[in-house]
Design a protein. Sequence first.
Length: 550
Amino acid sequence: METKDLEYGNLKQLIASYEAKGRSESPAFLNWFLENVYRLDDVAAADAICDEQNDKGIDGIYIDHNEQQIHLFQSKIRQKANGTVGDVSLKNLAGSLTQFQKPESIDALMQGDLNTLLKRLIAKTDLRGLVEVGYEVFGIFVTNELLDQAALDYLKINKSIVVYDRQRIASETIDIDKEGGIAGRFTFDVSYVSPLEYQVGTEAKAYIVPISALQLVKLQGISDGVLFSQNVRFSLGGTPVNKAIATSVQNKAEHKYFPLFHNGIILLCADAQLKEQALTIENYVVVNGAQSLSTLYKNQSSISSDLRMLVKVIALRDSPLAQKITLNSNNQNAIKPRDLRSNNDIMLRLKKEFEQSKENYYFEIKRGENLPSGTTIIANDLAGRMLLAFDLHEPYSCHQLYRIFDDEYADIFGRREVDCYRIIFLRKILDLVEASLPGIKNVPFANYGLTRYFLLHVISVIVDEANKDRAIVANPKKFWGSKEMIAFYGKVDELLKGLIVDLNYEVAEVGESFDYKADLKSPKSVEEWTGKLVRDYQKDVQRGKAVAFD
């Protein structure tokens, strides 16, 4: 993003969809900020906003349990492009913070004339309890202005105020391309048939026509997947459906029957015009048919002029309708929860962040992607499992993919701290865990799918009690490549050696009644096993036999 994108005229376009939900400018801007900079999902972002009368200068509340901080937001939009933030606004926010820094002052607020929405948010987040146990309170000032010197001087004095001005917001916003597809025109020869044309109100225009496969394989973006970028998945390779299509393509006697037993292709475009027996499309993407087109492309030497596919060309500019068409039309190979999230903003933002980083890792968000060689692949389902085990302490749920992409999707991925560096950080720890698994004497247990996530969880629990090392866990990006980070990985490696010894001992104590399949899926059993290993570790630390985390 560029700073000019946050100037008033351009900003109004950015927040238009949020204003359409009934929000005024300031909370709409904060809503956009929470989704695009704080990386919250749409529900969590909306829940954090409390901008109403009698809000005591607080427009939103977010609890960062990772850093053990309370973030109180105030947002401000300036129409003048050369507007600046001085120290007055920041001092006013600092004054508002004093009302939230002690349990007693929060009690007084709750008994006063606060608006109902803010009272509910304070109660829901247990703000009083968090302050009581030591969570720090920060004021987050969000604005499309730039800081002036007075503001910069004030921020040096008051460390409890954090400002996201135009420059910082632009630098921390990951631009994502939600449209995708091919920019340009392509013309189909339809002289051999009269396309069925129909208009759907003012929203869309559609043509249904059997198009020669010889033309279809010439569409751009088949080999690299760009043509299918709005699809919820790419070609899945050797599935029964794809094998059946390939068999039909290779049997030229069946080519003339192809439109009769194939579901066809759905192609969305910005515009479509039928003139003089030619159908011209502009800015197009295939949202259903990646399997078929990819199979045709790979077997194009077998295609004859008789092979045609039924194509539904839909010209529209309504994104919500396009998304609905995409989801409802994909039914040849079973749609999984992971597929339905593949075009979600959070996934697209993370993928773009991986691409922009200098790390040799690739984030796979769609099944069937053309994966690059020479890089370490991290699929988003693996990322979800790691975050679920390490951050949310639910290793017993890591086998349930629907939790990752459905029930707990926002809790797992829709958090401020979840960026590409956190995911790579957990992947490196998991690498150490997997390298330690051969040390487990019970071989079936060592190779069980949930065992690695259980150990990842145990490491998280142990480090949670640390000080500086917990800071590394809280914000890996801050320590990236540092001596502290390298030392941390070394400590984890040493820790695992001791954990494996203790685990072998505890499993031997249980004997033949040890049922790892049941225990690793039980929250109660996982808690008990974790407790045993943590106690064993703590004893070893006291005896000087185990590495201590700071």
